[in-house]
Design a protein around this ligand. Structure first.
Ligand SMILES: [Zn+2]
Length: 329
């Protein structure tokens, strides 16, 4: 990369959407490499079950139930104090994607769902920004760097002619059913960041332009040339349906018996809510970002932006009714 590449890296910026397993590993590599401005966006908080594969977090973060974006920001600052880092506790949706992702040279996929990935694709292609797709489940993972107008995009790769995503095994099996093995996470994050560093340091001629897939259990590795779909909805016809469509709240939480709801579109005063719950005899745990309380067999976590994650059920209806009862409309 040389001195000039390193200087370009320091002048560059990247945003990582989702700071779970792959996102946390990628963020760490980018911060250590000296990317000048990093933003990490995540909607979730750290739990003990994350620690097996999520490199940036520790038992203290889980005990405090810190949002992953806040815990990541703190850790990344310790790794490199010479770069700008900000953690954003939020769910990327059509309504806030411009506000949260604009102005960055590169977008990296750290998400756990295809709804958000297609949204990222539509945004990046529309803005002519590169982004890197990365996903892992079980012992298998894959990654592909997308450069609008040059390479295929995610829609070229995955969308069927009738507009439905067909992501194959990666979508059929989720972290809920098979889990994710730590080593595949590090491997995919490393492959993703290698391409990121080439883009950000101005070495685009070094990009391999291939979809890489690996299975650390079977030892099968593939490197596949992907061509653009000449009728692609996104990168050829410029129809960005995920950007214009009504947002679907991302209600399932990967790998947990939990569901997220996000219906109230305004901020909550967590102090007021905590007071109300305590007054009703409910024990509340609170930090600067969220509050948690238990209504056995459920546990609800409520964020300042009004979102809530209910543990103990995957039924949005259960979450909605508890939210209405304990937080209010
Ligand atoms: Zn395309």
């Amino acid at each position: 990369m040389g001195e000039e590449g390193q200087r370009k890296l320091l002048a560059s910026s990247a945003v990582i959407v989702g700071c779970g397993a792959i996102g946390a590993s990628a963020a760490q590599l980018l911060a250590r490499a000296g990317v000048g401005r990093l933003r990490v966006i995540d909607r979730d908080f750290v739990e003990p079950s994350n620690l097996q594969r999520q490199a940036l977090f520790d038992e203290n973060d889980a005990r405090e139930a810190l949002p992953k974006a806040a815990a990541a920001e703190r850790k990344l600052r310790l790794l490199n104090s010479e770069i700008e880092i900000d953690g954003v506790v939020s769910d990327v949706r059509p309504e806030n994607i411009h506000e949260t992702l604009s102005g960055f040279d590169l977008i990296l996929d750290g998400t756990d769902n295809f709804e958000t990935r297609f949204l990222l694709n539509d945004f990046a292609v529309g803005q002519a920004r590169p982004w890197i797709y990365a996903a892992a489940v079980g012992s298998y993972g894959l990654t592909f760097a997308i450069r609008p107008e040059i390479t295929a995009c995610l829609v070229c790769l995955l969308e069927t002619p009738d507009g439905r995503p067909d992501a194959g095994p990666i979508a059929d099996e989720t972290c809920d059913t098979v889990g994710v093995l730590g080593p595949i996470v590090s491997l995919i994050a490393s492959l993703e960041v290698a391409e990121a560093l080439k883009i950000l340091s101005g070495n685009t001629e070094a990009l391999h332009g291939r979809l890489l897939s690996c299975d650390v259990w079977s030892g099968r590795m593939q490197s596949i040339a992907m061509s653009r779909n000449p009728r692609c909805r996104a990168c050829v016809r410029h129809e960005y349906s995920y950007l214009t469509g009504e947002s679907q709240p991302h209600i399932t939480m990967c790998g947990r018996d939990s569901v997220q709801i996000h219906e109230r579109r305004r901020a909550l005063d967590l102090g007021v809510v905590a007071g109300k719950l305590s007054g009703a005899g409910i024990q509340v745990k609170k930090n600067d970002f969220l509050l948690k309380f238990a209504v056995p067999p459920y546990e609800m976590t409520v964020f300042g932006d009004g979102r809530a994650i209910l543990k103990g059920s995957t039924e949005p209806a259960v979450a909605r009714s508890l939210y209405a009862r304990y937080i209010g409309a």
